[in-house]
Design a protein around this ligand. Sequence first.
Ligand code: ADP
Ligand code: ZN
Length: 217
Amino acid sequence: MRVVLLGPPGAGKGTQAERIKDKFRLTRIATGDLLRETVRRGTSLGRQAQDFMLRGRLVPDRVILALMRDKIREGVSGFILDGFPRSITQAEKLDKLLEAENKKLDLVINLEVNHNEMISRLKGRVICPECGRTYNKDEFVDQPLICKDCGTHLSQRSDDNPDAIEERLKVYLRHTLPLVDYYKGKGILRSISGKGSPQGVFQRIVDLLYSPGSIGI
Ligand code: ADP
Ligand code: ZN
């Protein structure tokens, strides 16, 4: 099964992709995580990406593709993509990469959340720099901001500041949202409400994948 998870920043793609990966034994390929790791390592690709990320812009395609090409080939028997593709150009590149392996996408899950929910999730988001788990500050009233899995101090992502959030939303509307129609046209898009608890959203995704006529399983 080859799945793409689509949705605006703050929709909960990371959380859901992690669960889908575990339940259906897929390789999770998350561009945002790969990029942050590349930035941390300070490689030339990382230096090229950093500035774009801090401002909430899309990292240039040649950087993304250099990072993704091998990952997609390696995971081609079953993957969930989180954060890629983010534009029509990237979607066409992905189609070509898969075609070269005689494969195609099975399903695109579109996570829908409204504007206000998105903003409040992004503003309240804290992450564990050690293990990558994400939380919302609301979960820690009167408690220290410490990861429940590994005890590390949580911090805010450097692009979760008001300016970068606004820019990421603009970029989403302009470049990523057109993918909804792109994949509708291919007949593989399914939309799911991203509202409510992570467990509730996950259940809707599982129901979708098991529903009769689903292209999932
Ligand atoms: P979010 O979905 O919350 O905005 P991500 O962790 O997926 O966060 O991405 C963080 C940043 O990494 C993006 O704002 C962008 O700068 C960069 N990025 C991630 N995926 C891509 C991509 N496919 N193409 C270009 N840039 C990307
Ligand atoms: Zn942790």
